[in-house]
Write a protein that binds this ligand. Structure first.
Ligand SMILES: Cc1cc2nc3c(=O)[nH]c(=O)nc-3n(C[C@H](O)[C@H](O)[C@H](O)COP(=O)(O)OP(=O)(O)OC[C@H]3O[C@@H](n4cnc5c(N)ncnc54)[C@H](O)[C@@H]3O)c2cc1C
Length: 410
């Protein structure tokens, strides 16, 4: 999949069909970083915004392969839901990260900020790491191994705050996912799994990216095996877990005129529990203020958000045979409120937002809708409820339950 292609459903489906035959070789080839990245799916953005469902991928995979052959692929597909479930029950981790990004920009010494700027612009002086930074800025995509190496370089070699590195990824990655990004950075830093950090090593880069990242040796002595050591984390880990918020998985009878609010956590309403909704109107917000002022997203990120939003609305308009509009608003809460009022809605239905930017507007939106006498009904996909219920400990206990669910004993 070309990272510049808009993340439409059509592109997602054709990319997935093209990748399906490669699932059999995925386990053996996924760690290699090569030009074009054709050994991996590059479906992250489609799955993150749900122009393609994990459920569809799992079903197609198991129709074509045995569980054993596809196990590594399925495990990776399930990682996102594990991370999401983890963050759903620790929303403070997301809030604290956003707060730290803002305060670091104001409080860090100017020379630290200047170094962070240089390293993220691909001017660190370590040629292979600079190539990764430039690839991210130019394409909005990085292979998993490049993400791991570069994050480790930022934290343990450059000794820069992980929060700013994670923010650089969040601003540029077209698949930027609040859970996968924040928690993977924390894992590299040694904050996610106590006692475990991820250290970049030159021999590992040589093994997995010999043609792609080697060639220019400038600065590579800083990555020599044995040279990089763990930078002790400054943060005291806080794993306090709040209960998972429960949402219904199906709709109740409508009591008045209904609208559908589509957002970036799920752009596939025509498949699943909202398929029979019959809304009078559909809306999704786009907010330059949120994207630029709050998150400072790259122009590529903003245009891909616009494309995926428009595609979701176009499909919704065709499926429900009703108007589907973009709400361009400085303040998404006021914009959605004005839409609900203009449409005379008694109820707005949406997929329950996950912890992240959309969830951040939720409490204000609920209050605003209550003032306008509009009920907000949030629905969760049954398969998300099942997956989230398995995520009560680490990934491997989660995967054990998940694999029994996907491949029940006969
Ligand atoms: C520091 C760091 C930051 C990351 N930030 C993000 C992010 O913002 N958004 C994001 O989607 N992923 C993130 N990841 C996870 C992973 O790197 C990407 O999901 C993957 O590289 C996407 O490329 P792909 O679709 O070609 O992957 P493939 O190898 O083809 O995998 C297929 C799918 O499986 C899932 N997946 C694979 N590996 C992982 C993983 N380690 N964690 C979670 N899901 C995974 C993704 O949905 C991916 O699209 C991050 C990893 C690291 C180390």
């Amino acid at each position: 999949m070309n990272p510049f292609e808009p993340l439409t459903r059509r592109v997602a489906l054709s990319s997935w069909r093209a990748f399906l035959p490669k699932v059999a070789s995925y386990a053996g080839s996924r760690n290699h970083v090569q030009a074009g990245h054709e050994n991996v799916s590059r479906l992250g953005a489609c799955i993150r915004f749900r122009t393609l469902l994990e459920d569809e991928i799992i079903e197609d995979t198991l129709n074509q392969y045995t569980f054993q052959v596809a196990q590594k692929w399925l495990q990776e597909i399930c990682w996102r839901r594990y991370w999401r479930a983890w963050l759903e029950t620790r929303p403070h981790v997301w809030r604290r990260w956003r707060q730290q990004v803002r305060s670091s920009r104001q409080a860090l010494p100017p020379q630290t900020l200047a170094r962070a700027e240089a390293v993220s612009a691909g001017r660190s002086g370590v040629a292979c790491m600079d190539k990764i930074a430039r690839e991210l800025i130019e394409t909005g995509y990085l292979h998993n191994h490049s993400r791991m190496w570069w994050a480790s370089f930022w934290i343990h070699v450059e000794q820069l705050p992980w929060e700013l590195g994670a923010d650089f990824f969040f601003r540029h990655l077209l698949d930027a996912d609040p859970a996968s990004n924040t928690l993977s950075w924390r894992w590299v830093a040694g904050l996610q799994t106590p006692g475990k950090s991820y250290l970049v090593r030159l021999s590992n880069i040589e093994k997995y990216a010999p043609g792609y990242l080697r060639g220019n040796e400038t600065g590579s002595e800083r990555l020599d095996d044995g040279v990089v050591s763990v930078r002790s984390p400054l943060e005291v880990a806080n794993f306090a877990r709040s209960p998972l918020v429960e949402y219904p998985t199906s709709l109740f009878q409508a009591t008045g005129r209904r609208g559908l609010w589509l957002h970036t956590d799920d752009f596939l309403p025509e498949i699943g529990p909202l398929a029979d909704l019959a809304p009078a109107s559909v809306a999704a917000y786009l907010s330059e203020r949120v994207y630029k002022t709050i998150y400072d997203l790259s122009p590529q990120r903003i245009s891909s958000l616009r494309a995926v939003t428009q595609d979701g609305l176009d499909r919704a308009a065709a499926h429900y045979a009703c108007p589907a509009v973009v709400v361009e608003a400085e303040d998404p809460v006021l914009g959605l409120g004005a839409w609900a009022k203009d449409e005379g809605l008694a109820e707005v239905v949406a997929f329950a937002p996950l912890i992240g930017p959309v969830h951040d507007i939720l409490s204000r939106l609920k209050l605003h809708f209550a003032k306008l006498n509009v009920r907000l009904t949030l629905i969760r996909r049954p398969s998300d409820v099942t997956a989230f219920s398995f995520a009560t400990a680490g990934f491997f206990p989660f995967w054990e339950k998940m694999s029994r669910h996907l491949n029940p004993p006969h």
